[in-house]
Each structure stands twice: as structure tokens, then as C-alpha cells.
Ligand binder design. Sequence first.
Ligand code: NPG
Length: 370
Amino acid sequence: MQVERVVLRQINLPLVSPFRTSLGIEYEKPALLVQVTTSSGDGWGESVSGFDASYSSEYIEGTHDVMQRHLIPRLLAAPSVTASAVAPLLAPVKGHRMAKAALEMAVMDAELRSYGMSFATSLGAVTDRVPSGVSVGIMNSVPELLAAVSGYLDQGYRRIKLKIEPGWDIAPVRAVRERFGDDVVLQVDANAAYTAADARHLARLDDFGLLLIEQPLDEEDMRGHAALCRDLRTPICLDESIVSARSAADAIAWGACHIVNIKPGRVGGYLEARRIHDVCAASGVPVWCGGMLETGLGRAGNAALAALPNFTLTGDVSASDRYFATDITEPFVLRDGHLDVPGGPGLGVVPIPDLLDEVTTSMQELVRPR
Ligand code: NPG
């Protein structure tokens, strides 16, 4: 398979409500979409980099820049490309995992479509629907939070994740537990907002029967996370710290996590995400699929990944309407607290041209040199 043409398309989707985390507030969701045209057909990918570099060092303009200057020219110059060959081909360019993930995803979509095989089958899915969890942002008040959580539980979400930060942690968690009871599967996500000096404060969360605390400390603070694993009763889950199968293996060996959140975008693509799944499975470490407010394209791939056997915890794979009034693909809907895993060829979904055009802010085409 040869890559003949790559179209980069930046889109901007309004969010149904602002999404606040310890990193900042988002009012809209930007995404850089990749459409590859290959000798075997077309494929779509999506980069999860955001407007700013608050979650990781990657951001959308940087992703666009490294793609057009360094990554796409390598793809276009390669005599033959498959999804498995993309990461080795792009390895001479350091880092930029979100950019690489989007390109690999697009090539994988094109390749699998040409075989008539789904992402789910190709990755090793063992189920055709996955339970759906929801991430609840930081709110202005506890009553506002309780109303939001109540709405999500009524819709059937199977697990609630509360975003926390210093000043918004113990009280909201206690309020949700008191109001909705111990049966609600509840976890929290700090997005690295604490330091090792906060260990005693974080230990107060042990009273609330949380499933896990996600990424309390800086992404590089493995020693701090290992100490929290020893000192807290609540299991520690890593997100930002896990960027590859190697970093997952290291974190597990150092005792720095009990659970891993896998986000394909963060780790360089679905194939590395599967390797992380496998490393964790071999070590008895459960995983779940994170989310980065993906459009229907990324949501389709994430639902497929979440159907692998060691995804034993409910992921942030929410219905499209959690974030968007209108998605760019057929929307993912919640049925009995689950999302269907697409079974069609490739991602099993494609952007709807009119919806895509409405939200496109810029486009660039790169073609294979003759
Ligand atoms: O459901 O897609 C989703 C979002 C889940 O909370 C969520 N994502 O830190 O995990 C995270 C957080 C996030 C989203 C972080 C966007 C950065 C950008």
C-alpha cells in the first residue's frame, strides 16, 4: 500500500457545556483530522492534541507543524506502508506521539477497510459492546455538581469520574457519596495537580471507597506515585505518566501504579495501546480506556480498544452527546449504559461531509512527490 495524498483538516466543535479540569476550562474542542488516500483506499485519523500544551507538551499547531514538515513527508516517500510499519517509519522523529497516533490510525483505517476487517477484530476485541463511564468536570458549587452527576446516572452511565484539584476534592467526593450512596462506581482524576507533600491530604480520600485516584502527581514523579501506592488504601492509576509499553512496564516494576489508563492518542497509536494492554495483562494490572473528547472517529477506535479482555474497568468512552450537540459522524449513543463497538470495516464510521464542512477551520493537502 502506498500513501498518495494526506489531507490535514482542523476542526472546532462547540461543547454542550464548558469542561473544567485542574488544567483549565475548555469551551470548544479542536481536533486535527487526517485523511489519507492510499493505493488501497481512504482512511481517517484524529489527533487528540488540544489548543494549549497543558495536558502534555503537544498542542494542535505543533502537531500540524511536525506532521507537515517531518512525518507526512516520510509517509509519502515510503515505497510501501502498512499500519504496523508506520511507527518504525516515523521513529527517527522523537516524541510527538499524538501526531504519530493520528497518522497510524488513518493508515490502519485504510488498510483494514481494504481487507473488510474492523478495528475491533484487528486489535483482538472479545465483546461487541462496552460499558460507558463519564468524566465530570470541576463545577462552581457542590449543588451544581450533584445535579450534573444525577443527570448522568439517570442516563445510565456505569461509572462516574470526578475531576479534582486542591480546594475541590474531599467535599465534592463526600457530597456525591452521601447523595448517591456506596453503590455508585466512583473515581477521581487530579491531572497531576498535587505534590508528594499532599500525601496526607490525599489519604483522606480513602474514606470514600473510590475505585481509584488517577494521576495525582506530576507525570515524571514515579517515586512520588510509588510512595502513594504504599501509603494510600485507594488504588493509584496513572494516565499522563504512561506514554509507551516501556513506561508502563517500568511504572509497574517500580510499584508506581495499580491500574493504567490507556489513551491511544497519548501513547502513539492503537498498536502501542494494545502493547500496553498486553504488558499490563501479563502483570495482572487492570486497564481502562481514557478519552480526550474525541469526535466519533476517535470514539469508534476507543470503543474497539476498550473491548479487549484486560479492559476490565469502565472507561471514559461516553456517548457523543456528553460533549457535542452534533458529532461529525453518526453519534455514539448510550444503550443500557453501554456503547456498541463498531463492527464495520476499519473504524466502522466516517465523517458526514456536510457536518464536517460546517466545523472545518482550515485544510491542507500534501501529495506524493512524482
Ligand atoms: O470522556 O473523552 C472524555 C474525556 C475524559 O476527563 C477526560 N479526559 O485527563 O483524562 C483526562 C481528560 C482530558 C481531556 C485531558 C482532554 C486533557 C484533554
